[in-house]
Design a protein around this ligand. Structure first.
Ligand code: GUN
Length: 281
Protein backbone atom coordinates (compact mmCIF):
# COMPACT_ATOMS: atom_id res chain seq x y z
CA UNK A 1 0.00 0.00 0.00
CA UNK A 2 1.27 3.41 -0.92
CA UNK A 3 0.79 6.32 1.43
CA UNK A 4 0.26 9.74 -0.14
CA UNK A 5 2.21 12.36 1.77
CA UNK A 6 -0.39 15.10 2.11
CA UNK A 7 1.54 18.37 1.98
CA UNK A 8 -1.60 20.45 2.06
CA UNK A 9 -2.87 18.91 5.28
CA UNK A 10 0.57 19.09 6.87
CA UNK A 11 0.90 22.75 5.84
CA UNK A 12 -2.43 23.49 7.54
CA UNK A 13 -1.26 21.68 10.67
CA UNK A 14 2.08 23.52 10.60
CA UNK A 15 0.34 26.89 10.38
CA UNK A 16 -2.12 25.92 13.15
CA UNK A 17 0.83 25.07 15.37
CA UNK A 18 2.24 28.57 14.79
CA UNK A 19 -0.83 30.30 16.17
CA UNK A 20 0.14 29.90 19.83
CA UNK A 21 3.67 31.12 19.14
CA UNK A 22 2.24 34.16 17.35
CA UNK A 23 -0.05 34.83 20.33
CA UNK A 24 2.93 34.62 22.67
CA UNK A 25 4.79 37.14 20.52
CA UNK A 26 1.78 39.44 20.40
CA UNK A 27 1.56 39.33 24.20
CA UNK A 28 5.04 40.86 24.08
CA UNK A 29 3.86 43.43 21.54
CA UNK A 30 5.67 41.77 18.67
CA UNK A 31 3.75 41.09 15.44
CA UNK A 32 5.67 38.90 12.99
CA UNK A 33 6.46 41.11 10.00
CA UNK A 34 7.15 39.84 6.48
CA UNK A 35 8.04 42.02 3.49
CA UNK A 36 8.09 40.70 -0.06
CA UNK A 37 9.59 42.77 -2.85
CA UNK A 38 8.06 41.87 -6.21
CA UNK A 39 9.83 43.28 -9.25
CA UNK A 40 7.79 43.48 -12.46
CA UNK A 41 4.81 41.38 -13.41
CA UNK A 42 6.03 37.82 -13.93
CA UNK A 43 2.77 35.80 -13.83
CA UNK A 44 4.20 32.86 -11.85
CA UNK A 45 5.80 35.22 -9.31
CA UNK A 46 2.50 37.02 -8.86
CA UNK A 47 0.75 33.73 -8.08
CA UNK A 48 3.47 32.70 -5.60
CA UNK A 49 3.40 36.06 -3.86
CA UNK A 50 -0.39 36.01 -3.60
CA UNK A 51 -0.11 32.63 -1.86
CA UNK A 52 2.39 34.04 0.63
CA UNK A 53 0.07 36.98 1.24
CA UNK A 54 -2.87 34.68 1.97
CA UNK A 55 -0.85 32.63 4.44
CA UNK A 56 0.67 35.67 6.16
CA UNK A 57 -2.63 37.46 6.51
CA UNK A 58 -4.46 34.38 7.76
CA UNK A 59 -1.87 34.17 10.54
CA UNK A 60 -2.23 37.85 11.44
CA UNK A 61 1.26 38.88 10.30
CA UNK A 62 2.19 42.42 9.45
CA UNK A 63 2.65 41.87 5.71
CA UNK A 64 3.89 44.11 2.93
CA UNK A 65 4.07 43.43 -0.79
CA UNK A 66 6.29 46.08 -2.27
CA UNK A 67 5.52 46.01 -6.00
CA UNK A 68 8.16 47.78 -8.03
CA UNK A 69 8.32 48.29 -11.80
CA UNK A 70 10.53 46.05 -13.92
CA UNK A 71 12.53 49.15 -14.87
CA UNK A 72 13.82 49.67 -11.30
CA UNK A 73 17.61 50.00 -11.19
CA UNK A 74 19.77 47.70 -9.11
CA UNK A 75 20.79 50.66 -6.95
CA UNK A 76 17.19 51.58 -6.24
CA UNK A 77 16.34 47.97 -5.41
CA UNK A 78 19.33 47.78 -3.05
CA UNK A 79 18.05 50.89 -1.29
CA UNK A 80 14.71 49.20 -0.73
CA UNK A 81 16.40 46.12 0.70
CA UNK A 82 18.45 48.34 3.01
CA UNK A 83 15.36 50.12 4.25
CA UNK A 84 13.63 46.82 5.15
CA UNK A 85 16.83 45.59 6.77
CA UNK A 86 16.56 48.55 9.11
CA UNK A 87 12.79 48.40 9.61
CA UNK A 88 12.10 47.11 13.15
CA UNK A 89 8.60 45.94 12.19
CA UNK A 90 10.00 43.59 9.53
CA UNK A 91 11.44 40.26 10.73
CA UNK A 92 11.46 38.46 7.38
CA UNK A 93 12.39 39.91 4.00
CA UNK A 94 12.48 38.30 0.60
CA UNK A 95 12.90 39.45 -2.96
CA UNK A 96 10.83 37.25 -5.24
CA UNK A 97 12.93 35.60 -7.94
CA UNK A 98 13.56 35.61 -10.87
CA UNK A 99 14.71 39.21 -11.27
CA UNK A 100 15.00 41.07 -14.58
CA UNK A 101 18.27 40.58 -16.45
CA UNK A 102 19.74 43.99 -15.58
CA UNK A 103 19.69 43.08 -11.87
CA UNK A 104 22.23 40.69 -10.37
CA UNK A 105 20.36 38.25 -8.11
CA UNK A 106 23.51 37.46 -6.20
CA UNK A 107 24.11 41.10 -5.31
CA UNK A 108 20.53 41.46 -4.09
CA UNK A 109 20.63 38.21 -2.10
CA UNK A 110 23.87 39.32 -0.44
CA UNK A 111 22.30 42.63 0.59
CA UNK A 112 19.53 41.01 2.67
CA UNK A 113 20.28 40.87 6.40
CA UNK A 114 20.96 37.14 7.06
CA UNK A 115 18.82 37.39 10.23
CA UNK A 116 15.85 38.44 8.07
CA UNK A 117 16.62 36.11 5.16
CA UNK A 118 13.59 33.85 5.62
CA UNK A 119 14.25 32.25 2.20
CA UNK A 120 17.60 31.02 3.56
CA UNK A 121 19.34 31.96 0.30
CA UNK A 122 22.05 34.26 1.73
CA UNK A 123 25.56 32.73 1.55
CA UNK A 124 25.89 33.17 5.34
CA UNK A 125 22.79 31.03 5.84
CA UNK A 126 23.91 28.50 3.22
CA UNK A 127 27.34 28.34 4.88
CA UNK A 128 25.90 27.91 8.35
CA UNK A 129 23.67 25.11 7.08
CA UNK A 130 26.59 23.33 5.44
CA UNK A 131 28.56 23.65 8.70
CA UNK A 132 25.72 22.08 10.69
CA UNK A 133 24.69 25.23 12.56
CA UNK A 134 21.72 26.58 10.57
CA UNK A 135 20.03 29.91 11.21
CA UNK A 136 17.61 30.20 8.26
CA UNK A 137 17.01 27.11 6.11
CA UNK A 138 15.70 27.24 2.52
CA UNK A 139 11.97 26.62 2.84
CA UNK A 140 11.51 23.75 0.38
CA UNK A 141 14.21 21.52 1.94
CA UNK A 142 12.95 22.51 5.40
CA UNK A 143 9.42 21.46 4.40
CA UNK A 144 10.62 18.15 2.98
CA UNK A 145 12.39 17.31 6.24
CA UNK A 146 9.21 18.15 8.14
CA UNK A 147 7.34 15.67 5.92
CA UNK A 148 9.77 12.87 6.86
CA UNK A 149 9.30 13.75 10.51
CA UNK A 150 5.51 13.85 10.32
CA UNK A 151 5.25 10.51 8.53
CA UNK A 152 7.85 8.95 10.86
CA UNK A 153 10.12 8.08 7.96
CA UNK A 154 13.39 6.98 9.46
CA UNK A 155 16.42 8.39 7.63
CA UNK A 156 19.33 7.13 9.72
CA UNK A 157 21.55 4.79 7.75
CA UNK A 158 19.24 4.92 4.74
CA UNK A 159 20.37 5.34 1.17
CA UNK A 160 19.11 8.72 -0.10
CA UNK A 161 19.43 9.96 -3.66
CA UNK A 162 18.76 13.59 -4.56
CA UNK A 163 18.26 14.29 -8.26
CA UNK A 164 19.17 17.94 -8.86
CA UNK A 165 21.96 20.11 -7.46
CA UNK A 166 20.45 23.59 -7.23
CA UNK A 167 21.47 25.95 -4.44
CA UNK A 168 17.91 26.28 -3.22
CA UNK A 169 16.80 22.64 -3.22
CA UNK A 170 19.28 19.92 -4.23
CA UNK A 171 22.33 21.01 -2.27
CA UNK A 172 20.56 22.01 0.96
CA UNK A 173 18.28 18.95 1.00
CA UNK A 174 21.36 16.74 0.54
CA UNK A 175 22.97 18.51 3.52
CA UNK A 176 19.89 18.09 5.71
CA UNK A 177 19.62 14.41 4.81
CA UNK A 178 23.28 13.96 5.70
CA UNK A 179 22.69 15.70 9.04
CA UNK A 180 19.85 13.20 9.60
CA UNK A 181 22.39 10.39 9.10
CA UNK A 182 21.28 9.24 5.65
CA UNK A 183 23.92 8.21 3.13
CA UNK A 184 23.43 10.71 0.34
CA UNK A 185 24.16 10.69 -3.38
CA UNK A 186 23.55 13.84 -5.42
CA UNK A 187 22.70 13.00 -9.02
CA UNK A 188 21.99 15.50 -11.80
CA UNK A 189 21.50 16.00 -15.51
CA UNK A 190 25.05 14.83 -16.28
CA UNK A 191 24.93 11.70 -14.11
CA UNK A 192 25.51 8.47 -16.00
CA UNK A 193 23.16 5.54 -15.41
CA UNK A 194 20.78 7.77 -13.50
CA UNK A 195 17.95 5.20 -13.30
CA UNK A 196 20.33 2.65 -11.78
CA UNK A 197 21.59 5.14 -9.20
CA UNK A 198 18.08 6.29 -8.34
CA UNK A 199 17.07 2.68 -7.92
CA UNK A 200 19.45 2.32 -4.98
CA UNK A 201 17.45 4.91 -3.05
CA UNK A 202 15.35 4.21 0.01
CA UNK A 203 14.62 7.94 -0.11
CA UNK A 204 14.44 9.68 -3.50
CA UNK A 205 14.11 13.46 -3.74
CA UNK A 206 13.56 14.70 -7.28
CA UNK A 207 14.26 18.35 -8.09
CA UNK A 208 15.53 18.35 -11.65
CA UNK A 209 12.84 20.47 -13.28
CA UNK A 210 11.83 18.11 -16.07
CA UNK A 211 8.24 17.07 -16.47
CA UNK A 212 7.60 13.38 -15.75
CA UNK A 213 11.33 12.57 -15.83
CA UNK A 214 11.24 9.84 -13.18
CA UNK A 215 9.42 6.65 -14.18
CA UNK A 216 8.92 3.46 -12.22
CA UNK A 217 12.16 2.12 -13.69
CA UNK A 218 13.97 4.53 -11.34
CA UNK A 219 12.31 3.22 -8.20
CA UNK A 220 13.27 0.56 -5.70
CA UNK A 221 10.32 -1.35 -4.26
CA UNK A 222 9.16 0.46 -1.13
CA UNK A 223 11.10 3.70 -1.72
CA UNK A 224 9.92 7.08 -0.40
CA UNK A 225 9.55 9.52 -3.32
CA UNK A 226 9.44 13.30 -2.91
CA UNK A 227 8.63 15.26 -6.05
CA UNK A 228 9.79 18.89 -5.96
CA UNK A 229 9.06 19.53 -9.64
CA UNK A 230 6.66 22.18 -10.85
CA UNK A 231 6.66 22.11 -14.64
CA UNK A 232 4.18 23.99 -16.77
CA UNK A 233 2.99 21.99 -19.78
CA UNK A 234 1.87 23.63 -23.05
CA UNK A 235 -1.75 23.17 -22.02
CA UNK A 236 -1.06 25.28 -18.93
CA UNK A 237 -1.26 22.34 -16.52
CA UNK A 238 1.42 21.94 -13.84
CA UNK A 239 3.07 18.55 -13.40
CA UNK A 240 5.93 17.28 -11.30
CA UNK A 241 9.23 15.63 -12.19
CA UNK A 242 7.77 12.21 -11.35
CA UNK A 243 5.24 10.07 -13.21
CA UNK A 244 3.19 9.84 -10.06
CA UNK A 245 0.63 7.21 -11.04
CA UNK A 246 3.11 4.56 -12.16
CA UNK A 247 5.72 5.35 -9.49
CA UNK A 248 3.04 5.07 -6.80
CA UNK A 249 2.67 1.40 -7.75
CA UNK A 250 6.20 0.75 -6.47
CA UNK A 251 6.81 3.43 -3.80
CA UNK A 252 5.80 3.16 -0.13
CA UNK A 253 5.30 6.94 0.29
CA UNK A 254 4.88 9.56 -2.43
CA UNK A 255 4.04 13.26 -2.75
CA UNK A 256 1.63 14.60 -5.35
CA UNK A 257 1.27 17.79 -7.36
CA UNK A 258 -0.63 19.84 -6.40
CA UNK A 259 -0.83 19.39 -2.63
CA UNK A 260 2.68 18.09 -2.05
CA UNK A 261 5.87 20.03 -1.48
CA UNK A 262 4.47 23.43 -2.62
CA UNK A 263 2.16 24.13 0.33
CA UNK A 264 4.88 23.01 2.75
CA UNK A 265 7.34 25.49 1.25
CA UNK A 266 4.92 28.29 2.03
CA UNK A 267 4.16 26.99 5.52
CA UNK A 268 7.87 26.85 6.34
CA UNK A 269 8.27 30.43 5.15
CA UNK A 270 5.66 31.39 7.71
CA UNK A 271 7.36 29.31 10.42
CA UNK A 272 10.71 30.83 9.61
CA UNK A 273 9.26 34.34 9.86
CA UNK A 274 7.93 33.45 13.32
CA UNK A 275 11.37 32.09 14.24
CA UNK A 276 12.97 35.34 13.03
CA UNK A 277 10.52 37.35 15.16
CA UNK A 278 11.22 35.14 18.20
CA UNK A 279 14.97 35.48 17.78
CA UNK A 280 14.69 39.23 17.45
CA UNK A 281 13.06 39.28 20.85
N1 GUN B 1 10.81 32.19 -6.83
C1 GUN B 1 10.33 30.91 -6.85
N2 GUN B 1 10.40 30.37 -5.62
C2 GUN B 1 10.93 31.32 -4.81
C3 GUN B 1 11.24 31.36 -3.42
O1 GUN B 1 11.05 30.40 -2.67
N3 GUN B 1 11.78 32.52 -2.97
C4 GUN B 1 12.01 33.59 -3.76
N4 GUN B 1 12.55 34.68 -3.23
N5 GUN B 1 11.74 33.58 -5.05
C5 GUN B 1 11.20 32.46 -5.57
Amino acid sequence: MTTIIDGKALATKTKEALKQRIEDLKAKKIIPGLAVILVGENPASQIYVRGKEQDAKSLGFYFIIDRVPVSISQTELLKKVESYNKDEKIHGLLVQLPLPKHIDEEVITLAIDPQKDVDGFHPVNMGRLFMGDPLMIPCTPFGIMRMFEEYKIDLAGKEAVVIGRSNIVGKPVATLLTMANATVTVAHSRTQNLPAIAKRADILVVAIGRAHFVTKDFIKEGAVVIDVGMNRLENGKFVGDVKTEEVAQVASFITRIPGGVGPMTRAMLMEQTVIAAEQKR
